[in-house]
Design a protein around this ligand. Structure first.
Ligand SMILES: [Zn+2]
Length: 258
């Protein structure tokens, strides 16, 4: 699942291709928006808020998209012939570029003035211009009896973290994902680490938290169940955590993380 760094990178790509240009074509392939047409409107910007993408226009509209599990946006030159696919949910084009959204989990057209309806619940955005570590720690602390692994994934606490960064942050801080929020010694250090890791990964696709971007060496624990901890040699474990129906994967070293 794409995390905040990938969404930030995608927003920047969309912004570079679309902002300041007049749309020559829009093709919404979701039933509810089948007749929507943004042709002639000018895109003013694309920004990310947590894992949400907001493409705003001069006429006061916002195209709200979310990648969810498998979504992606591709930007290609306008003249390039794009292979048609049932996976395409939305196409936005101007004279120079076309942006093609594949398998987007959310495609909505809303008034820019009503964006709060879709992003208002989000906690401070780790990669947002208004990143606020105090507020993130305040929100995390409000539920001291929740396991920290679960609390980090709640986008109402802080926006942008998924299972990859949650696993890596907790390993680097030596914190067991099942430890309760109220028992975590330094929430500020944890939150600051998350901010640094996402920021360091935002300008390219793919994540690396070990400082080594070579395939198979990018992570400390994520995706490494059954293999040996890079630090202590203990077998990395994998488990599920979360409220019923919303369980998410966890990876951790039972020796390094307490
Ligand atoms: Zn270890």
């Amino acid at each position: 699942m794409p995390e905040g760094d990938v969404v930030w990178y995608t927003a920047r790509r969309l912004h570079e291709a679309l902002a300041g240009r007049t749309l020559t074509r829009s093709d919404f392939r979701v039933p509810r928006l089948a007749t929507a047409d943004l042709t002639g409107d000018v895109v003013t910007e694309t920004v990310s808020r947590g894992k949400h993408l907001l493409t705003r226009t001069k006429n006061g509209l916002t195209v709200h998209t979310h990648l969810r599990m498998d979504g992606s946006w591709r930007v290609r030159p306008a003249a390039e012939k794009i292979k048609d696919s049932h996976r395409i949910r939305l196409l936005l084009a101007n004279e120079d570029w076309q942006a093609i959204g594949y398998q987007l989990g959310v495609v909505e057209l809303i008034r820019t003035s009503e964006e709060k309806k879709v992003t208002g619940h989000l906690g401070p955005d780790l990669l947002g211009p208004d990143w606020d570590r105090d507020e993130a720690v305040r929100r995390l602390s409000a539920e001291p009896h929740r396991p920290i692994g679960e609390a980090l994934l709640n986008q109402r606490n802080l926006a942008g973290i998924g299972t990859y960064f949650a696993a890596e942050m907790l390993f680097l801080r030596g914190t067991d994902p099942w430890r309760l929020v109220g028992d975590v010694e330094d929430l500020y250090a944890l939150v600051d680490l998350g901010h640094r890791l996402l920021d360091a990964n935002k300008t390219r696709l793919g994540h690396a938290t070990t400082g080594d971007t070579r395939s198979g060496r990018e992570s400390w624990v994520y995706g490494r169940a059954g293999r040996l901890c890079r630090r202590c040699g203990t077998v990395i474990r994998r488990g599920e955590q979360g409220p019923p129906g919303q369980e998410r994967l966890r990876f951790w070293c039972p020796n390094c993380q307490k």
